[in-house]
Design a protein around this ligand. Sequence first.
Ligand code: KE4
Length: 434
Amino acid sequence: MSETKLSHTQSQLEYSRAKQLMPGGVNSAARAFGAVGGEPIVFERGEGAYLFDIDGNRYIDFIGSWGPMIFGHQFAPVKEAVHAAVERGTSFGAPTVAENELAELVIDAVPSVEMVRLVNSGTEATMSAIRLSRGYTGRDLVIKFSGNYHGHVDSLLVAAGSAAATLGVPNSPGVTEGTSRDTLVLPYNDCECLTETFKNHGDSIAAVILEPVCGNMGCVIPTPEFLQTLRQTTEDSGSVLIFDEVMCGFRVARGGAQELFGITPDLTTMGKIVGGGLPLAVFGGKREIMQHVLPAGKVFQAGTLSGNPIATAAGIAMLKALRDQPPYEYLEGLSKKLESGLKAAAEAHGIEHCIQRVGSMMTLFFQNGPVLDWESAAKSKTDQFSQYFWGLIDHGVYMPCSQFEALFISAAHTNDDIEYTIKMADRVMSEIAN
Ligand code: KE4
């Protein structure tokens, strides 16, 4: 169901214009509402916990630009830092002090990171981390997990083959057999399959990459045993363990999932929050590995706008705020309240549900759960999710536009916002139930 009672006249006009200019009228597929039907809403501005569309509707925003807005939109320290930086020029293509400052703040926050390289997107970070792992180990194979998304890196746009632990098959036109041949796709949280794969391929595996808290199949949490097995098997075989913390980094804790779970990866990719909403991401980790990146080492990596003055200014302001006024306790209180409120609403109307949450990222699955991997996530009733999504839109609440995403709460959200959201969710759930 994608009809909505709010007026979206201007949005519809702008969106039909956009569809003539850009594929699907968007600059990222995730925004096109493909998973919920209907047409995307066109926004004019964000302020704190709210988004305002071009028809003048206000929404409580639970996407937060897919993660970066942990302090809400127009966070003053970031805004001021960006304005000041613009006065000094937007890009020099040469070293600046700000890059050193941001690098030190990342290293200070994330336990396993001794050295970093700044890039422009999460995709660039994971692509570079994979290349570095292959260059460092001299091996070809990379393991990823079904339901994990690491950006549109050719070698990671790979679906699981027919049986588990088979060589991947391209899951996008344009990705060649050759590119996917070196990628193994395993089920998430499956220790046996992981151990078996290392037994069969161990000394050809360059790296394992995973979301240490998943957001891209909805919020799926690794079991402690899975994390330990990952660390042990990669250590034993000399493979690189890459935590893709582009989404959960600085989100679930200042030091990310690795701080929360006490597991130390070899490399970490970070994005979203670290750039304060500007195009900036990071890959980093053990100095011994990072020293292989050109020009210190031989693994090629470069980028015109990497570490540019505006994005680094935003990132510095963001990481200083996370260090000096950590929002995590406040976020935990609001997130717990939202989780229990949504649970109560679903229970009250007999809707099958399972809520999975780590800190201020969570997913309401329309099924009984538990959701441990892609196979179980895929059992969710996505039609009910679409009804829930559009029903909330009508009440001015903007949830992630897919069952297989996580929602994010920010430090700009208030108790009132959460209570209102729960109330509206209760109304929408009663409509779904009848
Ligand atoms: P970007 O290239 O979009 O900056 O980052 C790719 C990426 C890498 N790793 C993880 C764990 C990610 O979640 C992402 C991007 N996340 C999606 C949301 N599921 C971004 C939204 C979009 O693609 O527009």
